[in-house]
Design a protein around this ligand. Sequence first.
Ligand code: ZN
Length: 105
Amino acid sequence: MAEPDILHDKIAPNAQTKFHKWRQQHRSDGWYLNPKSSSEFKLHSATCPHLSNQYWDQGVKKPDGKSMTGTKKICSTSRQELENWAFKEAAKRGKEVKLERCLDC
Ligand SMILES: [Zn+2]
């Protein structure tokens, strides 16, 4: 099985641009995880309203410099792939995974 794409400002300075494009391309079939800790994740659909504001909708940073990928975004078109990834991440740290589905998307 393929690995999900991990987009994070700390890994790549253009992560937000990539994430923005990915969300546009996968409006109907994209999923991403937002980590709350090394073993807790929230599962969102690509179009989740949590990331919607006048700046991020255009793929640019907020005036205070905050970007969508300041927190890691783990992206895939397969929920199963994301669930497997989250399970492995938690297991690496000897923890049980906590995966919640966002209620707003
Ligand atoms: Zn959501």
